[in-house]
Design a binder for this molecule. Structure first.
Ligand code: GCV
Length: 848
């Protein structure tokens, strides 16, 4: 069982809620660009000579000097060897001119680089960093530093590389007021109070971080609130943002509202085919390029989730995209038109209605009708960044159109950075998926790399240490690495990131095993999250109309949003077959469509996405669907607990600050995984009425419900949704503000188990609006160390349910039959010290 949650949860919750905002400068060094050391023996000519003086080459040179200096003369100087000679940096033309005898490649792809070692370790060497172009120089410098810092030997190196995709962008969903839609790491680094921020140093550092993994574009504003960004004042402000990112080869893009000609231009229409509208866009685009000559282009969300669009005038997405494209084309800009267009007022009672169909139904007929500088940007799955979805069939349905795949780095439906979920394995499956277009091998990565397409990652970085959680940074890193080279293995990327992030600590005790342990944690994290949230293609079983965080199974049903799973007493899953369902399966090319058409041929992990089956339906290994639902939730929660033990085993081997930052996050995750497990297991147990063959569903040894206690002041409430609390009920103490006479409430049980030493977990609701206090007592005395705590985390929502249900463990409590166990709760402001149950657990060995 988990240990020390009691001790560290307070710290952890503080970390979860406040991060490092306001604490010193926000720099790329806080991520993977630490340059503090290396564990391999590295040989490096220390002198860096720049052949060119362009802006990007200056950045490359400065970075190389900084990196080499840091790695070789910082606090971790062991095992580096200075080599006589020089590290030379420049474009291929410059290198050719400076070294006429060198066989410099003549066919490097755009943005590519060549790293070449000439000479020897003993008698002196020239280490060449040659870029196909200026960006290539920068990427070559970062590639070399990555090798150094991850402990690779670069002596006698000869390496060339170029990106597989042209579009390698991140999208921010930042609002002008400084908030970030689906951001979990503080406020915007770009905007505040309706304007561009004055301090853009973090923007420059962000661009540096992005460049280090080859990202070349950044769209800075929310697709849902784009109109203000075309005001002339804002465009002026954006020039500073472009200036901050330019030295790192990251081009600025913005989201635009297609109704802008009317909303801010004062026209009476925004019909994309109206000549005045077209002229307005051209003029606006000219205004932008006059200030930002390397402006990258526009991203568009239209006719989607309430955003205006061409449908208002009976026009198509191609009409709207082409109008914008025509304005941008003379300047070399592009339009990323999002295929996330669907009707969110679908009829839930219509068995043929299916949101998953929308992108293909709308965009496939337009194939070939888009201007060459339009790229259709499609989310990787047909719904919305769920924990597992099939690949969007649209990738196979647009053979004449440039395409980009949109992925989500910010963990909206995958734990919001409070849960460790390394997403590269999910992305890799999508990239490798063979669409069989025309009956031949067409992996999605090949489709998007063709015709100037690529990958766009919704990143959501903020002022709180970029993504808030240090381990979540692996996702940003992996996104860039995969957009550069989608053939990389997620494990390889994880290993690289772990070495860059963890090796920076000058402790020789960090062993190969430790590195592998963290890599394994990352690799196990997406499967674990899928197991305890929504396995078998059910999608993330969260309230899709709320925070998208904790369990909320029925939130997906009975509404028009179309994220349905259709669970009833008999069975579960959406029938998307052609024969009897919505026909979605038929949107794939024939070989793939055939696989998804029947339950027998559909892979188990997508079964319920494509088929409605009885709970007793047998998966490929013979296990029933219902038993799998029970088992996977227990296995996923057990894996989350294992992450804590894995991390604890690194104590003393890694940077103590990193260790302390991550541990409470993992402890919190382990507790929240139990909330997920219990919610989904009890929901399907009740709905199906089918017992768990391991007898866990509905049985919680050692659990004592709040509603069964002798209550003094506490009132029993029904929790909504009911499955988010054990037995559907919890207790609240009337908030102090509403009942000034009452300062605290208590719940008391008489212990009837065996004598011995135990841990006691208290499952409480940590609500915003105050910091309620709790104290656990046995026979009137504090139950042990850390038996008092505060509910001071910032978790979603202000009413008790699965978003904010969390646990505190009091360790080593001596109990004997007849003992009185009491939990005192003291409300604070509007936080009513709500709790669900306590649980007496076997005491575990302390792994700390
Ligand atoms: C920016 C989902 C998210 C929204 C997001 C939308 C989109 O629905 O919950 O926050 O809006 O996707 O991608 O446009």
């Amino acid at each position: 069982m988990l240990r020390k949650i009691a001790f560290s949860l307070g710290l952890g919750l503080a970390v979860l809620s406040t991060g490092n905002s306001g604490a010193g400068a926000q720099t790329a060094d806080q991520a993977w660009l630490k340059y503090a050391g290396s564990h391999g023996r590295i040989y490096v000519p220390l002198k860096v000579r720049a052949l060119g003086s362009s802006l990007l080459e200056q950045s490359a040179t400065q970075e190389l000097r900084r990196g080499i200096n840091g790695i070789t003369s910082g606090s971790v100087t062991w095992r580096t060897s200075a080599v006589q000679g020089q590290t030379v940096i420049g474009t291929v033309e410059e290198v050719r001119e400076a070294f006429p005898d060198l066989k410099v490649p003549t066919d490097l792809g755009a943005d590519g680089y060549w790293l070449d070692w000439e000479g020897s370790i003993d008698s002196g060497a020239t280490l060449v960093v040659a870029g196909a172009d200026q960006r290539g120089v920068l990427y070559g410098a970062f590639a070399l530093l990555r090798l150094f810092a991850s402990g690779e030997n670069v002596a006698y190196l000869n390496l060339r590389s170029h990106p597989a995709m042209e579009v390698r962008w991140v999208d921010q969903w930042d609002n002008a007021d400084g908030s970030i839609e689906r951001g979990y790491a503080g406020r915007s680094i770009f905007f505040e109070g309706g304007k561009v921020r004055e301090d853009l140093k973090p923007v420059a550092e962000y661009a540096r971080l992005l460049a280090s993994v080859g990202i070349n574009g950044c769209n800075v504003n929310n697709v849902n609130n784009a109109a203000p960004f075309l005001n002339s004042e804002m465009i002026h402000g954006l020039t500073s943002v472009a200036d901050a990112m330019r030295p790192w080869g990251v081009r600025l893009a913005i989201s635009v509202d297609v109704a802008s000609p009317q909303k801010i231009g004062g026209l009476t229409t925004y019909d994309p085919l109206d000549p005045e509208v077209k002229a307005w866009w051209s003029e606006k685009v000219n205004e932008i390029y006059a200030l930002i000559p390397d402006f990258a282009g526009f991203t568009v969300k239209a006719d989607s989730e309430g955003q205006p669009g061409p449908a208002s005038y009976g026009r198509t997405p191609a009409d709207a995209a082409n109008t914008l494209a025509a304005a941008l084309a003379p300047h070399g800009g592009v339009v990323l038109y999002r295929a996330f267009v669907y009707n969110h007022h679908l009829d839930w009672n219509d068995p043929k209605a299916d949101r998953a169909r929308a992108a293909y139904d709308i965009f496939h007929p337009l194939d070939g009708k888009f201007a060459p500088n339009v790229i259709v940007q499609t989310k990787e799955g047909p719904i919305d960044f769920q924990v597992r979805e099939p690949v969007s069939p649209l990738f196979g349905g647009l053979t004449e159109t440039s395409q980009a795949m949109e992925l989500q780095i910010t963990q909206e439906y995958t734990g919001q950075q409070r849960h460790l979920v390394y997403l590269a394995p999910m992305w890799k499956q999508v990239l490798d998926f063979d669409m069989r277009v025309g009956g031949s091998a067409t992996p999605v990565k090949k489709i998007i790399a063709g015709k100037n397409g690529g990958m766009v990652g919704v990143s959501g970085v903020g002022r709180d240490a970029w993504l808030g959680s240090p381990l979540a940074m692996a996702n940003l890193f992996a996104f860039g690495r995969l957009a550069w080279d989608p053939s990389l293995a997620p494990e390889e990327i994880a290993s690289e990131w772990v070495r860059l992030t963890l090796l920076a600590y000058p402790d020789e005790r960090l062993r190969r095993d430790d590195i592998q342990r963290v890599v394994d944690m990352l690799m196990q994290s997406w499967p674990a999250y899928e197991d305890y949230t929504g396995p078998l293609g059910l999608q993330t079983l969260t309230d899709i109309t709320g925070s998208h965080y904790g369990p909320g199974i029925e939130g997906s049903e009975n509404n028009g949003w179309g994220q349905w799973h259709r669970a009833d007493h008999e069975g579960v899953g959406m029938d998307r077959s052609v024969a009897t369902g919505t026909g979605f399966a038929g949107q794939y090319p024939p070989e793939v469509a055939k696989i998804y058409e029947t339950a027998a041929t559909t892979p188990d992990d997508l079964l319920l996405f494509f088929h409605h089956v009885p709970y007793t339906y047998k998966l490929h290994d013979g296990k029933t669907v219902i038993q799998y639902l029970y088992d996977s939730h227990y296995a996923g929660a057990a894996q989350a607990a294992e992450f804590v033990r894995d991390w604890v085993s690194l104590k003393g081997h890694i940077d103590p600050a990193l260790y302390d930052n991550v541990l409470p996050r993992l402890e919190y995750q382990a507790g929240h995984a139990i909330v997920w497990r219990d919610a989904i297991v009890q929901y399907f147990f009740k709905l199906s009425g089918i017992p768990d063959d391991q007898d866990r569903a509905g049985h919680f040894p050692g659990r004592m419900e709040a509603e069964d206690a002798h209550l003094d002041g506490y009132q029993i409430i029904g929790v909504t949704p009911w499955e988010d609390a054990s037995g559907g009920k919890a207790v609240i103490c009337a908030p102090a503000a509403e009942s000034s006479a009452r300062r605290s409430c208590s719940a008391e049980w008489t212990y009837a188990g065996a004598s011995g030493g135990f841990d006691i977990a208290a499952q409480f609701f940590d609500l915003q609006g105050g910091s309620a206090k709790f104290a656990l007592k046995v026979n009137g005395q504090p139950a042990g160390q850390q038996s008092s705590w505060s509910a001071d985390a910032i978790l979603p929502t202000r009413r008790p349910h699965g978003d904010n249900s969390t646990r505190h463990i009091v360790e080593d409590v001596a109990l004997k039959p007849g003992d009185a166990i009491r939990l005192d709760g003291t409300p604070d402001a509007s936080d009513p010290a709500a709790f669900d149950y306590i649980e007496v657990l076997p005491a575990a060995t302390d792994p700390h």
